[in-house]
Design a protein around this ligand. Structure first.
Ligand code: ADP
Ligand code: ZN
Length: 518
């Protein structure tokens, strides 16, 4: 019989109880099953593989991308009396030989390995001669080709699956949207039924998203609810960070700046003041974040569009760690969207990468434009669900809606008639009846859906499609060419002749010249 996981939790780690889904995951893996674990940062992923590795016979193999991270983990484990070690290319010859003696002798509980090291044929061959309790792949999103942390060596880890088909394998990550998750499961051959998705909800954070109108006035109004409290204001550029911090100081706030262009000492001094001080506003670029451990951050404001839904979730997640009410405000402008779109279009990235970036931007815009509960939209991005929360701006004050039933039917039938393989721009062109060589060459100008959407302009159609994607009526093929297809819910919608309310797309605002004056 295997040891009791609770006993290990208490004696090795000194904790009284498992958190969230840890107990379930540990039991599942101890029984010899695979697992995919999606949990926010700080959620406690490490125990999910460490305890089964300790309980099961053999050595646990942990793939981790960063040598520094591995060293920290190993040091902490050894402190707790666990026989752990890291195998990497930095290891001097003598230590390396000693480590292999331990591995062969079966005296190790956990071995951390960098993927590059693990893929060397002699390393795999030698590991094949020792009993393995499990293989855990940490930061598994690194194998996603379209993610920001893609590592080619992670991509080759499927060789490990082939080599050790009967060893339970785990993939763990904090950042995986639905397509990335599907990619990880497929690549490592882990079943959907082995996926454990943690509760991503942060119920004490109130979400509000507003279109940028007069950002300084909007920020000031927001801060009025937070007199005497500490919080973070995120900006896109170093310059805006400095300008905003200076402006806030002039308004009588205690505001500090933080960005990558500042020298290290100044940055660290500001971080320390924020960490220990009261009623301090940190005005920062995304460079500020790692290692913030302040429980009473009462608000996070984004005065520019954040990088992605994941980034937004992570950045807003720095508020309210103490569980008390906290506020998140996002301001977004059409200029932000135009700027971001231009970055993507003008980048040197391969086409497929650009498509992925566009899709990520669209998901984010879907969140800003959703007619429904923000929390629902945010959680659905991570595959999590909730009831309308009553603690976000759209719940508190539902936005103006129009009956989008006909528009949605037109859009879906246009996607259907063109064969469910074309991207957003093409579908919109067919809807508005654009004269286009490609449309003519496919004969799509003769479809009944050609030009059936003339009542809206292209911008409105794009906004409608984004909402349909956000509502999961339409799927986007990310591994291919970004083609749109009708999702399960979309088919239900058509069949049930349901009514669909959509948010009125924000009107374009007159151009105001320079971006710096946004
Ligand atoms: P992740 O890898 O998901 O970011 P970690 O595994 O590093 O998170 O865990 C985050 C922190 O929570 C660590 O300090 C860890 O010791 C602690 N922790 C994890 N599980 C428990 C638990 N069941 N009880 C108390 N503390 C826990
Ligand atoms: Zn809500």
């Amino acid at each position: 019989m295997l040891p009791d996981p609770i006993h290990i939790l208490k004696t090795v780690y000194g904790y009284d109880a498992f958190r969230g889904r840890q107990a379930e995951i540990v039991r599942h893996v101890m029984a010899g099953n695979n697992a995919f674990v999606l949990m926010p940062t700080g959620g406690g992923k490490s125990l999910c593989y460490q305890i089964p590795a300790l309980a099961r016979p053999g050595m646990g193999l942990v793939v981790s991308p960063l040598i520094a991270l591995m060293a920290d983990q190993v040091a902490a484990l050894r402190q707790a009396g666990v026989r752990a070690a890291a195998l990497n290319s930095d290891l001097p010859g003598e230590e390396r030989r000693a480590l292999w003696r331990d591995i062969r002798g079966g005296t190790l509980d956990l071995l951390y390995v960098a993927p590059e090291t693990l893929l060397k044929p002699d390393v795999v061959d030698r590991l094949a001669t020792v009993p393995l309790s499990l293989i855990a792949i940490d930061e598994a999103h690194c194998l996603s080709q379209w993610g920001h942390d893609f590592r080619p060596s992670y991509r080759q880890l499927d060789a490990l699956v082939a080599r050790f088909p009967d060893t339970p394998r785990m993939a763990l990550t904090a950042t995986a949207d639905t397509p990335t998750r599907a990619e990880i499961l497929a690549h490592l051959n882990i079943a959907e039924s082995d996926a454990f998705i943690a509760d991503f909800d942060r119920p004490n954070i109130r979400y509000a998203i507003q279109e940028k109108d007069n950002p300084r006035a909007q920020l000031k109004r927001f801060l009025m609810d937070h007199e005497g409290e500490s919080g973070i204001v995120y900006c896109l550029s170093k310059r805006r960070t400095e300008e905003t911090a200076a402006w806030l100081c002039a308004q009588g706030y205690d505001a500090l700046a933080y960005h990558g262009g500042m020298d290290k000492a100044a940055r660290e001094a500001n971080q320390a003041r924020f960490q220990h001080g009261e009623a301090i506003i940190m005005v920062a670029t995304i460079a500020f974040g790692m290692g913030i451990d302040k429980p009473d951050v009462r608000f996070v404001a984004h005065i520019d569009l954040p990088g992605s839904i994941e980034a937004y979730y992570q950045e807003t997640g720095r508020a309210g760690r103490d569980g008390l009410p906290a506020d998140a405000l996002m301001l977004y402008g059409m200029e932000d969207i135009a700027l971001r779109t231009r970055f993507i279009e003008e980048s040197e990235a391969p086409d497929q990468r650009k498509r992925m970036e566009r899709q990520k931007l669209d998901s984010l815009l879907g969140l800003t434009e959703t007619a429904g509960c923000r929390r629902q939209a945010l959680l659905s991005y991570f595959g999590d669900r909730c009831q309308p929360c009553g603690n976000c701006d759209t719940c508190a004050e539902p936005p103006h809606l129009f009956d989008g039933t006909i528009a949605a039917q037109k859009a879906l039938s246009c996607i259907y008639r063109t064969g469910e393989r074309f991207g957003q721009a093409y579908v919109v062109d067919v809807l508005v009846g654009a004269e286009d060589e490609r449309i003519a060459s496919f004969g799509h100008d003769r479809l009944s859906t050609y030009g059936i959407g003339k009542e809206h302009d292209k911008r409105t159609w794009r906004a409608i499609l984004r909402q349909l994607i956000a509502l999961r009526l339409v799927d986007v093929d990310l591994s291919g060419h970004g083609g749109l297809s009708i999702a399960e819910d979309g088919r239900d919608f058509l069949r049930d002749k349901a009514t669909l309310m959509l948010r009125v797309p924000a009107a374009p605002r007159p151009a105001r010249g320079k971006l710096a004056h946004r």
